[in-house]
Design a protein around this ligand. Sequence first.
Ligand code: F0G
Length: 460
Amino acid sequence: MVEKRSWAEPWKIKMVEPIKMTTKEERLEYIKEAGYNTFLLKSEDVYIDLLTDSGTNAMSDRQWAGLMMGDEAYAGSRNFYHLEKTIKEYYSYKHLIPTHQGRGAEHMLSQIMIKEGDYVPGNMYFTTTRLHQELAGGKFVDVIVDEAHDTESLHPFKGDVDLNKMQNLIDKVGAENIPYVCIATAVNMAGGQPISLSNLKDLRKLCDKYNIDIVHDMTRVAENAYFIQDREDGYADKSIKEIVYEICSLTDHATMSSKKDALVNIGGFLATNNEDVFVKAQNMVVMYEGLHTYGGMAGRDMEAVAIGIKESVEDDHMKSRVGQVLYLGERLIDMGIPIIQPIGSHGVFLDAKKFLPHLTQDELPAQTLASEIYIESGVRTMERGIVSAGRNKETGEHYRPALELVRVTIPRRVYTQAHMDVVAESIADVFARRDNIKGLKFTYEPEYLRFFQARFEPLQ
Ligand code: F0G
């Protein structure tokens, strides 16, 4: 008898999208045209696209059927009420303001809650989140546990908040200058690392003592719940659905990019339990996104989100979603490739500092590695290092993150295990020739979120 039977995806494929194969000569040309930035490649020229898990998901036949049930009324669409009910039932939040995607919600919440000179602690920064906090006059303060910045640490909950760091900040700047603490689930920039429920409960107590709100960046909450079920004492018998509900209940407001967990291609929302924030956001959404019952989304898209939320908390779905990421990560570990451990939920993060130890941070090791992986095999990945971190608004200096990573991000329900094998083998081939890889330098640097549109050229 086999000791442990393999798992397989709880779905079968009904429609396929052909992908183009390219030669190495062609790819050298394409990446040069793209200024060595994988964001500037044409999708047609990519073989396996692991740039992001954002909006790249495959929808189910139920979701596609839901699109046909779109109520495209300007006001009061049936699909809005379905979404509102779903968010209450699955995520606990009382009020919903739909937005075109996550950053629309971040923009409104930051403008409503942050005043000039405020401090906004969080369990590591995210690019768009921090930018909106800064644009509103706030200063982001990292309060994640130290282990999150250590690629070797096997801490099971690297997304946890260091409560001492939080207390120190309160003592230093005063609770009245901290409008909220922002908690991401399955912390993206830390490598898809979870926060534990016990840590979140302790944080809740601390915040209650000082009257500080908790904002939940719930982009990948169900993935975080998977790790809680797997690792945290007392949760093995709880369903993902129950764990997700419990996480959300411990927070006051949420920003969501539905393009991840919720299994759609576009959409987002702001959710809150606070009447005052809700009323202000309803006032604001009509200026920036659309009427408060669609917020930049088509009725059909809100329907697909509502259905996607229900599918996202199914245990079998999450087991295969995270299982596929773990499969790729374990293959890379077996091949001796340096990656962040424990393996995260939405992708595998290559440690570019260890992969290319001869490059300094100014030679942009992660940007270089992402570009080399594309040249090698047509696999598209993303830089998450100094380029993504951007510059300090006040000093103009580069932010210098401890982590210099390449994110190999897996879209949900899109690729097979064979694709994962090809990815692992191509990265191993780059690893074999790593000593001959030279770095990159900027030739064009945009002012905001520079990683999206920056251009580079190889160092001689
Ligand atoms: N918060 C987190 C944790 C995210 O990962 C993202 C998007 C956002 C907020 C913003 O949401 O894109 O819908 O406006 N992350 C994408 C990524 C871009 O590739 O990780 P958005």
